[in-house]
Design a protein around this ligand. Structure first.
Ligand SMILES: [Zn+2]
Length: 218
């Protein structure tokens, strides 16, 4: 059972340390997809995650809307570029990017990117990392972990989206980690091809359905 755990929408002064200590106690690596304006405010949390061996990825500057729903030219470029500058020395090579999911909650469709975002990701050599397990921890902080283990077991390589940016849900994390450990999970920080429509700036055919056509977005 391959499992890549990802923690989004941080860093957060409460949630990120909770997650880091739960991971450290069990020797589990993970990927943190940070919101640029939060990363800019808390570089010490990026440093803590990075020095513990976790990867840091870009999850837009403001997390205000999916990039395919951008209403003005320049929005996508700024959202990605400013965040990458905030990540600075903790960036991966190639850099990792995770788009903001579409409503009603981490939906993967043509609202994820617009043409400008795609161009920026290609030119910047980004790898774009999607997901295949969404426990909705931000909506159901007290019972989101039900069924996550079973979902992971059904997948060849699970990519689980959780949120250190919403600390209320992270109280359930230690028990989920223990359950995964006892099932012999192979914890990783890479992503299956099915979750990476762009690899090091090279967009595969799977990226087309993720991009709002120019005529529709302008
Ligand atoms: Zn997010």
């Amino acid at each position: 059972m391959r499992v890549t755990l990802t923690f989004d929408n941080g860093p957060d002064v409460e949630g990120t340390p909770m997650v880091l200590s739960a991971l450290a106690e069990r020797g589990i690596p993970a990927v943190f997809f940070v919101v640029g304006q939060k990363a800019d405010a808390h570089p010490e949390l990026l440093a803590a995650a990075s020095s513990a061996g976790h990867l840091i990825g870009n999850h837009t500057w403001s997390h205000s809307r999916p990039l395919g729903a951008a209403i003005e030219p320049g929005f996508a470029g700024a959202e990605i570029g400013r965040t990458q500058r905030a990540i600075g020395p903790y960036a991966e090579d190639p850099p990792l990017f995770r788009p903001v999911g579409a409503a009603p909650g981490a939906v993967i469709d043509d609202r994820l990117l617009d043409d400008e975002a795609l161009n920026v990701l290609e030119a910047g050599g980004y790898t774009m990392a999607l997901w295949n397990v969404v426990p909705h921890d931000w909506e159901r902080p007290d019972d989101w972990s039900d069924g996550v283990l079973e979902q992971c077991k059904r997948l060849e390589h699970a990519v689980v989206v959780l949120h250190d940016g919403y600390p209320a849900g992270m109280g359930l994390l230690p028990d989920l980690l223990d359950a995964l450990v006892s099932e012999g999970a192979d914890f990783r920080t890479d992503f299956p091809r099915s979750c990476t429509p762009i690899v090091a700036g090279v967009a595969g055919s799977a990226v087309g359905p993720l991009v709002t056509p120019r005529a529709a977005s302008r």
